[in-house]
Design a protein around this ligand. Structure first.
Ligand code: HEM
Ligand code: HEM
Length: 227
């Protein structure tokens, strides 16, 4: 089979920037001292990445589009039945089960990042929306932030296990395709990464995130000092 371009540049960049961001988020929260400010900054960047990917799922090239890889239960079950078959025809883009994983990952990451906006590190830093909500909402957000990360880590582990299964059992390197974009496939490849469109979307998303994080939230009321 001929190697054809499947993953456009923005989707590949999105993927590896997401991997880097989540690794930094984990390290700044769990391992590094005095790194909460970076946890906040990279969290805002992650929100931008997720919004970008959601938009790209509607206007990006063929294989990045949700309608291309979101399939019904019949397709998912028939894909799962074909899993042990080493010679099953490889999917050009995400397989039907992988498509579900993409959505679950994006959803969990979005909940993780948005719940962070309502938290405090109890020392110097408050998320931009912390003062706008009641104590009980803050508690819900805090529970989400501390629990959803565990669900996310499990889904990421399954994601990496699936990639390893393809590499070892099926002898297909999906990872190299996520790096250089090309896969051996009988389906049609893409002809353009739509880079200009991606740059425009990224600029709009950056402006929206800046607006949502820095401009819209009102200044917290000064609670004063008590001696
Ligand atoms: C923080 C960890 C990770 C997260 C959150 C993550 C998330 C994702 C997401 C959201 C996609 C869908 C891409 C899209 O359509 O936009 C994806 C696809 C993919 N990821 Fe990851 N990923 C992670 C780590 C990794 C690692 C470590 C590898 C390689 C060893 C990897 C390899 C891939 C590959 C090959 C695909 C395409 C799968 C296919 O062909 O259908 N990912 N990942
Ligand atoms: C996807 C992005 C994010 C990830 C993966 C993430 C991950 C984490 C993790 C693993 C912890 C430690 C939780 C624990 O010990 O159980 C944490 C704590 C925290 N995160 Fe995030 N976070 C993200 C986004 C954000 C954002 C955007 C903010 C604020 C604007 C934020 C603010 C905080 C705060 C204040 C804590 C400390 C909470 C506490 O100690 O109770 N996070 N985060």
């Amino acid at each position: 089979m001929e190697k054809r371009m499947i993953w456009d540049i923005p989707t590949r960049l999105f993927h590896w920037l997401l991997v880097a961001s989540l690794s930094i988020q984990y390290a700044t929260a769990e391992w590094l001292d005095d790194a909460m400010q970076w946890h906040f900054y990279v969290g805002y960047f992650t929100i931008g990445l997720v919004i970008f990917r959601l938009i790209w799922g509607f206007i990006g090239p063929e294989h990045a589009r949700f309608r291309h890889f979101l399939k019904g239960p019949t397709a998912i079950i028939s894909y799962m039945r074909s899993l042990p078959d080493k010679h099953a025809v490889p999917h050009a883009g995400h397989n039907p089960l992988g498509g579900v994983f993409v959505i679950v990952m994006l959803l969990l990451i979005a909940i993780q990042a948005v719940s962070g906006l309502f938290l405090t590190d109890e020392v110097f830093l408050d998320g931009p929306y912390r003062h706008l909500v009641s104590d009980s909402t803050q508690d819900v957000m805090s529970t989400l932030h501390h629990q959803v990360i565990d669900a996310l880590l499990i889904v990421i582990a399954l994601h990496i296990a699936a990639i390893a299964f393809y590499a070892v059992y099926k002898k297909q390197s999906l990872t190299s395709a996520m790096i250089h974009g090309k896969k051996a496939t009988s389906s049609q490849g893409i002809t353009s990464s739509r880079l200009l469109l991606a740059v425009v979307v990224a600029a709009i998303v950056a402006a929206l995130v800046y607006l949502g994080i820095d401009i819209l939230p009102p200044e917290p009321v000064d609670e004063g000092f008590y001696y």
